[in-house]
Design a protein around this ligand. Structure first.
Ligand code: SF4
Length: 350
């Protein structure tokens, strides 16, 4: 099955398209001090190698902004400069090679400052991601719509956008984050009906991986399944590698990204006569290293195992201390339990 995606306006972050039915990208944010160039570059490499498409780094001072050029010389994925309040840092980031800027125009202050930032971004042809979260709702909309809800979030974002559009700037992506999953879903749904700008999806402050991945999979997954969303970031209190892996797993789960091996395995039950849990743990580590878009099924018994294994490109249907290896529905061989993974990997390697 495929998802019928909303055709939003297409923008470019560096050479990576976002929106307009482009592939959905996975973003993350570095945790290094940006001006510590060696550490930042190393972390970007690590994130890129596990599937990060776009990186965002905090720009907290002029030295961070000045480091962007050198960081970009040593990395490939586009660089978004995350700016909080100081318009001069946005100007410096644009000047030093940022591929996009993330800021809230409302935080920048006087309109002449916003104009300067927009001119710098226009001159460099770089987009701005406008972010509104449940903590940055305009008082006017908070009062008008009765507190924090999807309307106050959406109309705060629309007002931020109007500020940019009024200055002839349309190279925009939008995020509307809340840590409440249902509020996140409702806000993006509403905004998607009101605007065609590409959407950066995220459930903000989602927590540690054990909680945050579930919240993100539910919130972001629900929106993506409805065709809403152009780029995603899983926000975790963890190593950002976990964010990137979770983001790619969500996209793969929805067939929005063909990326490596799709591992299917059963939950085990009293019929399982091999140590399937250890086998699957080992298999996951090995299969993660394989760059092939295939489905591998590892099943615990002969009741449901052969059926699932036959559907997969490769599969194991376990028996009592042994198992059958399948390839595209054909039995290849019968092997003892201790050889199952080794023989499976040999077949995949072939
Ligand atoms: Fe149990 Fe077999 Fe189903 Fe696995 S595939 S859960 S072993 S019945």
């Amino acid at each position: 099955m495929t998802i019928n995606r909303k055709n939003t306006k297409k923008i470019y972050v560096g050479d990576v398209p976002v929106g307009g039915n482009s592939d959905i990208t996975v973003q993350s944010m570095t945790t290094t001090i940006t001006k510590d160039i060696a550490s930042t570059v190393n972390q970007i490499w690590e994130l890129e190698s596990c599937g990060c498409d776009i990186i965002r780094c905090a720009v907290n001072d002029t030295d961070d902004a000045l480091a962007i050029g050198e960081i970009k010389k040593h990395t490939k994925i586009p660089f978004i400069a995350d700016i909080q309040y100081d318009y001069k840092l946005a100007l410096a980031a644009a000047e030093n090679g940022a591929d996009a800027i993330r800021l809230n125009p409302g935080n920048i202050g006087a309109s002449w400052k916003i104009k300067e930032v927009l001119k710098a971004c226009s001159d460099k042809n770089i987009p701005i991601r406008v972010g509104v979260n449940s903590g940055s709702i305009k008082k006017e909309f908070f009062d008008k719509f009765g507190g924090v809800n999807s309307s106050s979030i959406c109309y705060s974002a629309l007002e931020e956008i109007e500020l940019l559009e009024a200055n002839g700037f349309f190279d925009i992506a939008v995020s509307l984050k809340a840590s409440d999953v249902l509020l996140t879903i409702e806000s993006y749904r509403k905004f998607s009906e009101l605007s065609d700008y590409p959407l950066h999806l995220g459930v903000t402050e989602a927590g540690p991986p054990s909680k945050g991945i579930i919240k993100s999979a539910v919130g972001i997954g629900a929106l993506l399944a409805e065709g809403i969303g152009d780029t995603i970031r899983i926000s975790l209190t963890s190593n950002p590698v976990d964010e990137v892996k979770a983001g790619n797993d969500i996209l793969k789960t929805l067939n929005l990204k063909k990326h490596g091996v799709n591992l299917i395995s059963c939950p085990t039950c009293s019929r399982t006569k091999v140590d399937l849990i250890s086998l699957v743990e080992e298999a996951e580590k090995e299969l993660d290293k394989i760059d092939k878009d295939i489905t591998v099924a590892i099943m615990g018994c002969a009741v449901n195992g052969p059926g699932e294994a036959k559907e997969a490109d490769y599969g194991i249907a376990s028996g009592d201390g042994e198992g059958l290896i399948f390839k595209k529905g054909e039995i290849i061989k019968k092997v003892p339990e201790e050889k199952l993974l080794e023989e499976l990997l040999k077949e995949i390697e072939k």
